[in-house]
Write a protein that binds this ligand. Structure first.
Ligand SMILES: [Zn+2]
Length: 269
C-alpha cells in the first residue's frame, strides 16, 4: 500500500479519537454542574426546614415569656388583694386575674399547636437531610469519576497528539492540506471504495479509476466528495456464480436490508 495512504488512514483514526476525547473532556464539567444544581435544591430544602424549626422555637419562647408576664401580673394582683379596702376594688382585681388567666390559657393553646407542628417540621428536616446526604454521596462519586475520566482522557490525548505529529511528518504538504480541509468540512477524509462505489457518497467510480484504486498504490480522491480512497480486498463480494459460503458481516447486513424479490405470479384465466 502507498505509504502516505496508510499514514492518512491511521491519522484519521487518531484524529477522530482525539476529537471524541476532547468532546468528552469538555462535557464532563457540564454534567457535574447539572448534578450540583440538583444538590443545591436539596440544600435549599434543608435550609427551609431548619428555618421553619427556628421560627417555631422562637414563637414558643415568645409565648412562654408572655405567660411568665401574665403570671407575674397575677401574683401582683393577688398580693394587692390582701390590702384592698372595698369589695369593688377586690372584684376589679379578681377580674384582672381572670383576664390574665385567660391570656395564659390562650398562650398555652398556641404553644400546643406549635408543638404539634414541630413534629412535622422535624420530620421534614430529617427527610430533607437524608435526601441531601444521598445526593451528596452521588455528587462526590460523579465528581471523582469525572476527575478520573478527565485525567485518563488527557493522558490519552497527549499520546494521540504525539502519534499525530509522527504520522503527519512523513506526508507531503499538499496532501496534508487536502486531508485537513476534508476533516474540517466533511468530518472524515478517507473513504473505502467498494463494488466500484465511494462508500461515503455512494457515487459510482469509473472503471479505469476503480482499477487504480484497487492497487492501493496511488492517492486517488473521489470526484464527487473529494475523500481519499482506499480499497480493502477482504470486503469484495464473492464471485457471482459460486453459491455464497460465508458472507462478511457487511454483506449479510446488506442482504437483510434488501427487500425480498417478489415472486412471479402467472395470471390465471
Ligand atoms: Zn465520495
Amino acid at each position: 500500500m502507498n505509504q502516505d495512504l496508510q499514514k492518512l488512514i491511521e491519522l484519521e483514526k487518531v484524529d477522530r479519537e482525539a476529537t471524541r476525547l476532547t468532546e468528552e473532556v469538555a462535557a464532563l464539567p457540564k454534567r457535574v454542574a447539572a448534578i450540583e444544581e440538583k444538590l443545591a435544591e436539596h440544600k435549599a430544602a434543608v435550609e427551609k426546614a431548619k428555618a421553619g424549626l427556628k421560627a417555631n422555637e422562637a414563637g414558643r419562647r415568645q409565648l412562654e415569656a408572655d405567660i411568665k408576664g401574665f403570671q407575674e401580673k397575677i401574683a401582683k394582683y393577688r398580693s394587692q388583694s390582701s390590702s384592698v379596702k372595698t369589695n369593688d376594688e377586690y372584684r376589679a382585681l379578681m377580674h384582672e386575674v381572670e383576664f390574665a388567666e385567660k391570656q395564659i390559657s390562650g398562650c398555652e393553646d398556641k404553644i400546643l399547636e406549635l408543638m404539634i407542628g414541630l413534629e412535622n417540621e422535624e420530620k421534614s428536616l430529617k427527610t430533607a437531610e437524608a435526601q441531601l446526604k444521598v445526593e451528596a454521596v452521588d455528587v462526590e462519586k460523579e465528581k471523582s469519576e469525572a476527575r478520573v475520566r478527565t485525567a485518563e482522557d488527557e493522558k490519552l490525548l497527549v499520546g494521540l497528539n504525539e502519534k499525530r505529529g509522527q504520522l503527519r511528518a512523513g506526508v507531503n504538504d499538499s496532501t496534508m492540506a487536502h486531508y485537513d480541509r476534508l476533516m474540517r468540512q466533511r468530518k472524515f477524509a478517507i473513504a473505502e471504495a467498494r463494488e466500484q462505489k465511494c462508500l461515503a457518497c455512494f457515487v459510482m467510480i469509473r472503471p479505469q479509476t476503480w482499477e487504480e484504486i484497487r492497487t492501493n498504490e496511488q492517492m486517488i480522491t473521489c470526484n464527487s466528495c473529494g475523500r481519499i480512497f482506499y480499497y480493502d480486498p477482504t470486503h469484495e463480494a464473492p464471485p457471482p456464480p459460486e453459491p455464497p459460503k460465508k458472507k462478511s458481516r457487511a454483506r449479510a447486513a446488506e442482504a437483510e436490508a434488501a427487500p425480498e424479490p417478489a415472486a412471479e405470479i402467472t395470471p390465471t384465466q
